[in-house]
Write a protein that binds this ligand. Structure first.
Ligand code: HEM
Length: 420
């Protein structure tokens, strides 16, 4: 057999390129059409773009593993920060460790657990919106979605809320800048320092447990019945704020941008809770905040007619699956009451997003408050900058809005330094 018959078609595709950021849906359509493609970027990878291929790959965790097989995640096209000893847990782990990590985290990520914390989310939403409501203008990404998510999850973990920026800033930079740029290298260095700080919090909680999530994870045990190591607990704690940093911000900022031009739909979302819920699912599908995830082939397999050897890298493109016309009618249209809507924005299989109940709750609370308190807002183009790389997340670096100033609804002030 000739070599060209045994390798997927080579395409000029880099998920961190400006070309992809400029036309994600068009690029995804080409990848789906050719179907069995490979790119030579970031060390080389093949791409699962059709819904069917994405779903099958995500469900087959034995063949397509998440474990990291190199010290250089950037080279592999994965932007997640390396946690010195323990990797990104549970994301970059496989059974039986992955099962044990998920089991330890699961009780705090149920629908019920999310619901029980809604009052605290509402509190931080009120605090952050009070900080900007009298100004009549603010940046949705850095003054609303980022701070609220961090204040909320820092409090849940037991980290001092005044220090939310120390966790937010490097993670936000890391996930929204292009690999191998000075900005991203600086963010990685800051992130490494934060890893050591988190490990110290874990040691402290082991000595003096508190009523917080770090203490609960510090008491959990692995598959061998032993306590998880300090590095493992620190990695699980960090991935919670990592998951929080830009995912919901991506979703909400893009929804806010769209709804500025569709005020009737915004009003209907506020008036009808069911319409709000279906609109959030459609924003998840359409914008696909988490664009891609990587896997490493663990067992010999095939991609269509092409053999894949262990070690080969496979990109799962959630965004392309969510726009597959085989599954979604008019996939590039936003239909806010779309039903059914079997999107894979939260992934599929054993690594499916553990934070999805929080994500949906955040989106609902953020949008309801913003659409109510800043009703009739408009987007300020000069304060708005789309992300230059959407390799990990779609959306905005900044999204400035303007509205008629309103009044505060409570007295608490924002903890920590305020953005200029
Ligand atoms: C709109 C918001 C969100 C989207 C679109 C999203 C998307 C995803 C996707 C696609 C995956 C699967 C990755 C894979 O298959 O390898 C995932 C996993 C994960 N997400 Fe989310 N996520 C969101 C919010 C959150 C939040 C708020 C948290 C934390 C509180 C979080 C924590 C995680 C964690 C820890 C994993 C790894 C799960 C595992 O490996 O078992 N996510 N997310």
């Amino acid at each position: 057999m000739q070599e060209t018959e045994t390798k997927p078609d080579l395409v000029d595709f880099d998920h961190h390129s400006l070309a992809f950021a400029a036309d994600p849906f068009g690029t995804a359509a080409k990848l789906r059409e050719v179907r069995h493609v490979r790119s030579e970027e970031h060390g080389g990878f093949v791409v699962a773009a059709r819904y069917e291929d994405v779903h099958r790959t995500a469900l087959d965790a034995a063949t397509y593993t998440n474990g990291r097989d190199t010290e250089d995640p950037i080279k592999l096209g994965v932007q997640l920060p390396p946690s010195e000893a323990a990797g990104n847990i549970p994301e970059e782990s496989d059974a039986p460790y992955h099962t044990a990590y998920r089991r330890a985290m699961a009780p705090y990520f149920t629908t019920r657990a999310a619901k029980a914390s809604e009052a605290r989310l509402q509190h931080w939403t009120d605090v952050c919106l009070d900080e900007v409501v009298e100004k009549g203008t603010f940046d949705v990404v850095t003054e609303m979605t980022g701070p609220i998510a961090f204040l909320f999850f820092c409090e849940m973990l037991g980290l001092p809320v005044e220090e939310w920026r120390r966790w937010y800033e490097p993670l936000h930079e890391l996930q929204t800048t292009t690999p191998n740029t000075p900005e991203q290298r600086a963010a990685i260095d800051a992130e490494r320092e934060n890893g050591a700080v988190m490990e110290q919090y874990v040691r402290d909680r082991r000595e003096q447990p508190q009523d917080d999530l770090i203490s609960r994870l510090a008491e959990a045990r692995g598959p061998d019945g032993e306590l998880f190591t300090v590095a493992e607990v620190a990695a699980m704690s960090r991935i919670i704020i990592l998951g929080a940093v830009d995912s919901v911000g991506s979703l909400v900022s893009q929804a806010v941008n769209y709804l500025a031009d569709h005020p009737d739909e915004a009003d209907r979302m506020v008036a009808e809770p069911e319409y709000m819920d279906s609109a959030i699912e459609e924003f998840l599908r359409y914008f696909s905040p988490g664009v891609t995830t990587m896997r490493t082939v663990g067992l010999p397999t095939t991609f269509g007619p092409h053999p894949l050897a262990p070690g080969a890298r496979m990109m799962i493109m959630w965004l392309a699956a969510n726009h597959d016309p085989e599954v979604f009618e008019d996939p590039d249209e936003l239909v806010l009451d779309r039903a059914p809507n079997k999107h894979v924005a939260f992934g599929a299989g054993v690594h499916k997003c553990i934070g999805l109940h929080y994500a949906r709750m955040e989106a609902r609370v953020f949008l309801k408050e913003l659409l109510t308190r800043m009703r009739g807002y408009e987007v300020v183009p000069e304060g708005t900058e789309p992300l230059k790389t959407i390799g990990l997340f779609t959306g905005f670096h900044t999204l400035q809005i303007r509205f008629t100033p309103g009044e505060r609804v409570q007295d608490d002030r924002m903890p920590g330094r305020i953005a200029a």
